[in-house]
Design a binder for this molecule. Structure first.
Ligand SMILES: Nc1ncnc2c1ncn2[C@@H]1O[C@H](COP(=O)(O)OP(=O)(O)OP(=O)(O)O)[C@@H](O)[C@H]1O
Length: 649
C-alpha cells in the first residue's frame, strides 16, 4: 500500500511541476519533466518498463561505437572494479541512448534486466523520460538522476549518474552511466559517483585524442606541473599548419572561454590557429617537450590564464613501414578526424605533386570538385588557372568551340578576333573535367589528341597551339563499365586515370557534425549551434545527395531557425523522418549481424590500397571483420592499371 501511495505522490508531483508549479526539485530535473510532458507527450500516469532494442539493431549500434569501445575498454574495466562492490552497474550508451556495453553483477541479471540496467536498453529522454543517460544527452552535462527524480515512477528505485563522452571534433559520442538498484535516500550520497564518472570520461576522451592524432602535435595542459605528464586536464591536437584539429571536452570549454563563445559552438574552434588562444606558435611547440622541467613549460591564454603545457611531437611510423605522409593545408581543410578522408587526403597530397592525371570518383555531391580544387591548390600548377568544365552541362553544339576555342572568322556569328577555348585557358594550370563519363564519343577523340600531343587546334584554325595541362577528371559513374559497353574510349580512360581517388559518401564519414557547422558558418551571418537532438538526426540520415544535400538541409534549417540553435523541428522533413542509418543498415545485415554497405567498404579498401590492416583501422573494426565484409559484399582485388574494382560475384 505504501508503494502505491509513493507512486501516486510521485505522479502528482510530476504533473504539478509539468504545469509550471514551483517545486523543490533541482531545476534541471523540473525542466526535464516539463520537456517529457510538453515535447515528448509522455504521460506520468502510464508506467513503462525499460525498452530493449532488438538484437540485430543493437549489433549495429555496437558496431558504430566499436572504435571508442576499444579505446575506452581499460578505463571502463577500471571504473567497474572500483564501483562493483558498492552495488553499481556500469552502462555505456551511444548518443541515441542505446546501451552498447554493460558490466554488472551476474547474480542480479534478472533484476537488472527488468530495471533496464542492461545491454540494449534505450535510455533516451523521449523513450524513458527523465533519466541519467537521457538528461545527460539533452543537456550535454554530467548529471545524477536520483530515485524520484526519474519521470517514470517505474524507475524511481534507481539512482543513475551519467557523464557525456565527446568525440575529438566536439560532438557527443557516448554517455557513461553508473546506476544502483538501491541507494541512500539523500541525493548528496552520489557526489562521489559523479566525480568518478567524470574523471573516467575525461581519461577516455584523452585516450581517444591521443589515438586519433598520433601523427600530429598534441598539446596537453594542466594547472599543476606535477600532474602535467601523468594526468593532464585537457589536450588539443594541432596540425603542421598550427590549426586545432581535435580536442578533449575540457579543452573545448577552455578554448570557448578564451574566445568568449559558448562551448557547444565548436566549428569556430576547429581549424582556428593555436596562436589565437595561447601565446605560442606552432614552431615553438618543440620548446614544450619534456626536455624542459614541467614548471618551466608555462604558457598563457590570450585572456591571461596560465597553464603548464606538454607538447608531444607527431609520432613517426616505424622505419620501413610507410613513407612519412603529410597532408597539404588545402586538403586538410576538407575533413576533420575522419580516418578514410585522412587516408585520401594523404594520398592526394602526394599525388598532387606528381604530373599524373587523376580520376576522382564518388557519389554525386560528395565533394569531387572541392577535392579537385584542393589538389590544384597543392600542386605545382597552383599559380595557373583552375578551369572546371562540366561535360554534362555544356550543350553539344557549343562544347567544341567552348573547349577548343575558334579562330578569327571561323563561322558566322563568331567574334571578330576569335576566342580562346577553356583548354587553352587552363594551360599552365589545371583542367578539371567534371562528369567525364557524359562526354560525347566524338569529343573524346579530340580530347585524346589534345592530351596525347599537348596542343589544341581551335575550330577553323590551321595552326595548333601548344598547351601544358594537368588533367583532373571526375565521375560518379563506373567508367570501366562504360568502356566495356563502348560508351567511353578505353585509350582516353587510361590517359585520364593515372591514379584514382575515391571520396567516401557522407553517410560513411565521422565528421558530419563538423561539416554541418562549417556549412552553417558559410550561410549564417551570426553563430548558430546545432542541438544534440538535431545532431543525432543528422548522424542517422543516409544523405543520398551527400554534402550538397547537407548544405541544402543546413540552409533550410537556418531559414526556419530564428534563434541561435537548430532544433529537430528546423530540419527538412526527410532528415527528421527519413529511415535511420541503423534501420536501413539492418536490412543489409546477415545472420552474423555484420552490416556491410558494399560502397562503404569498397571506398575504404580503395583508399587504403587494399591494405587490410589499414582498412580495419579506418573502419574501426578488426581484420577478420574486414575479411568477412569483403566476402559478404562479393568484392575481390582486381588489378587494372594501378586501380582496383569490385568484381560481381
Ligand atoms: N569539404 C567541404 N566543405 C564544405 N562544403 C563542401 C565540401 N565538399 C563539398 N562541399 C559542398 O558540397 C556541394 C557539392 O560539392 P561538389 O560540387 O564538389 O561535389 P561533386 O561530387 O563534384 O558533385 P557532382 O557529382 O554533382 O558533380 C557544393 O555545394 C560544395 O560547396
Amino acid at each position: 500500500m505504501a508503494v502505491v501511495n509513493q507512486v501516486n505522490d510521485h505522479i502528482k508531483e510530476v504533473q504539478s511541476v509539468a504545469e509550471g508549479i514551483a517545486s523543490a526539485r533541482d531545476t534541471v530535473i523540473a525542466q526535464s519533466w516539463q520537456r517529457c510532458v510538453s515535447d515528448y507527450q509522455l504521460d506520468p500516469l502510464i508506467l513503462q518498463e525499460a525498452y530493449i532494442v532488438p538484437h540485430a539493431e543493437l549489433k549495429l549500434h555496437q558496431e558504430r561505437l566499436d572504435k571508442l569501445l576499444r579505446t575506452a575498454r581499460y578505463g571502463l574495466d577500471e571504473l567497474y572494479r572500483q564501483i562493483a562492490q558498492h552495488g553499481y552497474v556500469l552502462l555505456l550508451t551511444d548518443a541515441e541512448g542505446v546501451t552498447v556495453d554493460y558490466q554488472g553483477d551476474a547474480s542480479l541479471t534478472w533484476e537488472l534486466q527488468k530495471s533496464g540496467l542492461y545491454l540494449g536498453a534505450e535510455w533516451s529522454e523521449q523513450r524513458a523520460g527523465t533519466c541519467g543517460v537521457g538528461s545527460c544527452i539533452y543537456t550535454g552535462e554530467a548529471i545524477t538522476v536520483h530515485q524520484t527524480d526519474h519521470f517514470d515512477a517505474t524507475h524511481a528505485p534507481l539512482s543513475c549518474t551519467a557523464a557525456p563522452i565527446y568525440d575529438v571534433d566536439g560532438s557527443l559520442a557516448a554517455v557513461l552511466d553508473i546506476s544502483a538498484l538501491k541507494s541512500p535516500e539523500l541525493k548528496a550520497s552520489q557526489a562521489l559517483a559523479l566525480s568518478l564518472v567524470q574523471s573516467c570520461t575525461r581519461r577516455i576522451e584523452m585516450a581517444a585524442l591521443m589515438n586519433t592524432f598520433r601523427r600530429e602535435w598534441i598539446v596537453r595542459l594542466s594547472q599543476s606541473p606535477a600532474f602535467l605528464d601523468v594526468d593532464p586536464e585537457c589536450a588539443v591536437a594541432v596540425n603542421s599548419g598550427g590549426e586545432i584539429i581535435g580536442m578533449t571536452h575540457s579543452a573545448q570549454r577552455l578554448l570557448a572561454r578564451v574566445k568568449g563563445s559558448h562551448w557547444q559552438h565548436t566549428s569556430a574552434l576547429l581549424g582556428s590557429k593555436i596562436s589565437e588562444y595561447f601565446d605560442i606558435e606552432i614552431n615553438e611547440l618543440p620548446t614544450l617537450s619534456r626536455a624542459l622541467p614541467s614548471e618551466e613549460r608555462l604558457i598563457s591564454t590570450c585572456t591571461g590564464e596560465l597553464w603548464f603545457a606538454h607538447a608531444l611531437a607527431p609520432q613517426q611510423p616505424p622505419i620501413g613501414h610507410h613513407k612519412r605522409r603529410i597532408v597539404s593545408e588545402s586538403l586538410a581543410k576538407l575533413y576533420c578526424g575522419d580516418a578514410a578522408m585522412g587516408v585520401l587526403a594523404q594520398k592526394a597530397s602526394q599525388l598532387a605533386m606528381s604530373p599524373l592525371p587523376l580520376l576522382l570518383q564518388g557519389e554525386t555531391g560528395c565533394g569531387k570538385e572541392y577535392l579537385a580544387r584542393a589538389v590544384h591548390e597543392t600542386s605545382p600548377q597552383r599559380k595557373g588557372h583552375f578551369v572546371a568544365i562540366n561535360c554534362a552541362a555544356i550543350p553539344e553544339s557549343l562544347i567544341e568551340s567552348e573547349l577548343f576555342g575558334y579562330a578569327e572568322g571561323a563561322f558566322t556569328g563568331a567574334r571578330g578576333k576569335g576566342k580562346k577555348g577553356l583548354i587553352e585557358r587552363a594551360s599552365g594550370g589545371t583542367l578539371f573535367l567534371d562528369e567525364i563519363g557524359d562526354m560525347p564519343l566524338a569529343l573524346q577523340a579530340r580530347l585524346l589528341r589534345v592530351l596525347a600531343e599537348n596542343e589544341v587546334l581551335p575550330v577553323g584554325a590551321t595552326k595548333a597551339i601548344p598547351v601544358t595541362l594537368r588533367v583532373l577528371a571526375a565521375t560518379h559513374q563506373d567508367l570501366t563499365q562504360l568502356v566495356k559497353s563502348g560508351r567511353f574510349r578505353e585509350d582516353l580512360f587510361y590517359r585520364i586515370s593515372g591514379a584514382r581517388l575515391s571520396i567516401p559518401p557522407l553517410r560513411a564519414r565521422d565528421d558530419i557534425v563538423w561539416l554541418s557547422t562549417k556549412l552553417i558558418e558559410k550561410s549564417a551571418p551570426k553563430p548558430v549551434m546545432i542541438s544534440n537532438s538535431a545532431q543525432s538526426m543528422l548522424l542517422r540520415h543516409l544523405w543520398p545527395g551527400n554534402i550538397r544535400e547537407l548544405d541544402n538541409a543546413v540552409r533550410f534549417a537556418l531559414a526556419f531557425c530564428s534563434g541561435s540553435e537548430i532544433f529537430p523541428e528546423h530540419l527538412p522533413e526527410d532528415v527528421r523522418q527519413g529511415g535511420s542509418k541503423a534501420s536501413a543498415m539492418a536490412g543489409k545485415t546477415n545472420s552474423t549481424g555484420i552490416g556491410c554497405h558494399e560502397d562503404d567498404i569498397l571506398t575504404v579498401l580503395q583508399a587504403c590500397e587494399w591494405n587490410i590492416s589499414e582498412s580495419a583501422r579506418v573502419l574501426g573494426v578488426d581484420r577478420s571483420t574486414v575479411h568477412r565484409r569483403i566476402k559478404k559484399a562479393g568484392l575481390s582485388r582486381h588489378y587494372t592499371n594501378q586501380t582496383y574494382e569490385s568484381v560481381p560475384k
